[in-house]
Design a protein around this ligand. Structure first.
Ligand SMILES: Nc1ncnc2c1ncn2[C@@H]1O[C@H](COP(=O)(O)OP(=O)(O)OP(=O)(O)O)[C@@H](O)[C@H]1O
Ligand SMILES: [Mg+2]
Length: 300
């Protein structure tokens, strides 16, 4: 079993209670003083000390001994709170293998109580440098968020909400199931990444479907993906049809964003070039852009 799941199983109610108090108070303190934790959890201080000792040894909190003794959560601690909420709401019952480590996320497989396979994506903002965060996450630059956790939570909420909208308008994206804090649960797409997909039956139709999803995103939802590549497309075969799902949406920008046009152009030029080079499918990027923006009803 993976570390996150193993750690989760070791926790009891009062551990979660202390974690939740620390999470809440972190908006006010860099390290939450022990006295504040004691006051908020309403447990005898000897119990609080024992819980904090346990959380510290499981690396769910970090202790600082300076002018005062204080604690803050680690990402693992935040993971526990998110998992707890997802489990209690009946959205998740087990965590499986780690499928990937992205630049800013860890992706695991999981199971719902009904036994459906799902994807559990943990956003990890701040693992790389702040410069990168500001560059990649456009929404970060304009907001004075003080901690990485807040940014990771924004990424989780953004990804879930945009997936809900995209899914509603019939775009080929994984069905969103739920989220808590920085963790998003979606449908598991039984497929392979486009960059690994050899010998497609109908690459032309796959590219059209990708462009159709971009059009729905742009016209019906009002967003641009902004990081489209052969790594963020999963090809599933359903009834002998190749369905290209577009994943990884947290960095999307709204159509009205000053960088939207440039990002849309980048996405479209990138994916049409990929299909041209790899599969010899010829689609003119300008025509595709007009189709996506709704200036033309057909691609050809
Ligand atoms: N819904 C899904 N179904 C099946 N596999 C998925 C799904 N979502 C993600 N994956 C797998 O996990 C990998 C990483 O997911 P995703 O692209 O969403 O995050 P990421 O690349 O780590 O994000 P970033 O690097 O931008 O933080 C994918 O390449 C894919 O292999
Ligand atoms: Mg990705």
């Amino acid at each position: 079993m993976v570390l996150i799941a193993l750690t989760y199983k070791k926790l009891v109610d009062r551990d979660f209670k202390v974690l939740a108090v620390i999470e809440r108070e972190m908006s006010r303190y860099e390290y939450v003083p022990v006295e504040v934790i004691e006051r908020r959890v309403r447990m005898p201080s000897t119990h609080v000390a024992m819980v904090l000792q346990k959380l510290n040894s499981l690396k769910l909190v970090r202790r600082r001994i300076g002018e005062y003794v204080g604690y803050r959560l680690t990402y693992l601690g935040l993971d526990m709170l998110a998992l707890r909420s997802l489990v209690e709401r009946g959205l998740l019952s087990a965590l499986g293998d780690k499928l990937g480590v992205g630049k800013e996320s860890d992706v695991y497989s999981g199971l719902t109580p009904a036994g459906e396979r799902v994807i559990v994506k943990f956003h990890r903002v701040g693992r790389t440098s702040f410069q990168r965060v500001v560059r990649v996450r456009h929404y970060a630059a304009s907001k004075p968020y003080s901690s990485w956790f807040e940014l990771a939570k924004v990424a989780g909420q953004r990804e879930f909400r945009v997936l809900e909208e995209l899914y509603k308008v019939g775009a080929l994206v994984p069905k969103p199931i739920g989220y808590s804090r920085h963790v998003v649960v979606t449908e598991y797409i039984e497929g392979v990444e486009l960059y690994l997909y050899e010998n497609p039956v109908n690459p032309e139709s796959m590219l059209y479907k990708i462009l159709e999803t971009l059009r729905k995103a742009y016209l019906d939802v009002g967003v641009v993906h902004g990081d489209l590549s052969e790594y963020n497309v999963l090809v599933a075969i359903v009834d002998e049809e190749e369905l290209p799902y577009i994943i990884d949406w947290p960095q999307y920008v709204e159509r009205e964003h000053p960088a939207a046009e440039q990002l849309l152009r980048r996405d479209v030029e990138y994916i049409t070039r990929f299909f041209r080079k790899k599969y010899r499918v010829q689609v003119d990027a300008e025509k595709a852009l007009r189709y996506i923006r709704g200036e033309a009803e057909e691609l050809l």
